[in-house]
Ligand binder design. Structure first.
Ligand code: SF4
Length: 330
């Protein structure tokens, strides 16, 4: 069957007079209806740029799609005009940002704001829209009685719940969430994630969750793409990647997560910094930081190894695997 979302060799640049920032460098991704994909990586890996490209919201005039296609329900969003994209945004595809105030207006009540979204996208009376807004609020665990309150009367976690209600009010096919819980404290974060997962299932919405935190992604997604310097280093089912990360960068990310059974002093975060995206290294973009790098890594660009439901972008992939096997059997 056709994929709901199919991104092929997407390349996005930010072009200024001074420099060209290579934000996304030829990524490909596919999603079926109802899938939940986590995109994980450090700041500047190209996660948000990918989301903005899908939504047609790249900053103008610097942000440009240089190459590639984004097929959504058979339509290429790269070719779609602004009027078309406006229809798609909020209707077929919704977005949740890290800061709920990006989506909320301080001078209207939350009831009015959710109802407005519903009215724009549906033929419905004002009363009908208010009723539906109340239902949406109940679904995210906010009592109807608070419909008439303003955003400042809500806590951070509650505001993000309101934004989720707004994003789902039109029953979108795909929800993009960019660090939706990063600003919240850990307990609230877990509650909001649990709620998102429940609603995602209830509405059969596909989800792309962007996060720097593998743990957050694991709570809600079934697939994961690990991004680094604008490329996808590894892609696969979340359990498989957790059980056995195959790419050296993924391995590094795991080693930098604090674990209860490992002494904190022994954590080994990946040394070095992500390269400047206007001056990317030749060959494998990860080679300046990679503990397995060999001479060839600075010269040849890795091709994607596509094995057993996993995609891995590494030249030494087979050699590294053999070595690990030998170590575990020794
Ligand atoms: Fe490391 Fe080389 Fe693989 Fe890149 S290609 S991840 S530098 S081993």
């Amino acid at each position: 069957a056709d994929k709901q979302l199919s991104i092929t060799t997407l390349r996005v640049h930010y072009e200024t007079e001074k420099e060209t920032v290579h934000a996304v460098n030829g990524i490909s991704l596919e999603m079926d209806e109802g899938d939940s994909l986590g995109i994980v990586g450090e700041t500047g890996a190209g996660k948000t740029t990918t989301a903005l490209a899908i939504l047609g919201l790249l900053p103008k005039p610097t942000g440009k799609i240089i190459e590639g296609s984004i097929l959504f329900d058979g339509q290429d969003l790269v070719q779609a005009g602004e009027t078309e994209m406006q229809k798609i945004r909020g209707n077929k595809i919704s977005m949740i940002f890290q800061d709920p105030m990006t989506s909320l207006n301080p001078i209207f009540t939350i009831g009015e704001q959710i109802a407005e979204v519903i009215e724009i996208h549906n033929e419905i009376t004002k009363d009908g829209a208010m009723e539906r807004a109340a239902e949406m609020l109940e679904l995210v665990g906010i009592p109807q009685a608070r419909m008439g309150e303003y955003p400042h009367q809500f806590s951070g976690g509650m505001k993000q719940r309101v934004v989720i209600a707004m994003a789902l009010a039109c029953n979108p096919k795909l929800l993009l969430a960019d660090e939706p819980t990063t600003a919240l404290d850990v307990t609230i974060q877990a509650q909001v994630l649990r709620m998102m997962r429940g609603l995602k299932e209830k509405f059969n919405t596909s989800l792309i969750l962007i996060s720097h935190d593998l743990g957050v992604v694991a709570q809600i997604c079934t697939k994961v793409a690990i991004m680094y310097a604008g490329e996808i280093m590894e892609y696969g089912n979340i359990e498989d990647v957790f059980e056995k990360p195959l790419h050296p960068y993924t391995e590094g990310l795991f080693n930098s997560i604090p674990r209860l059974d490992v002494d904190r002093d022994r954590l080994s975060p990946i040394s070095g910094l992500m390269p400047d995206p206007s001056r990317l290294p030749k060959g494998c973009v990860f080679h300046p930081r990679c503990p397995y790098a060999e001479e060839v890594c600075a010269k040849r660009v890795p091709q994607v190894n596509d094995t057993e439901n996993r995609k891995v972008m590494c030249l030494m992939y087979e050699g590294i695997m053999e070595n690990k096997m030998r170590k575990t059997h020794a």
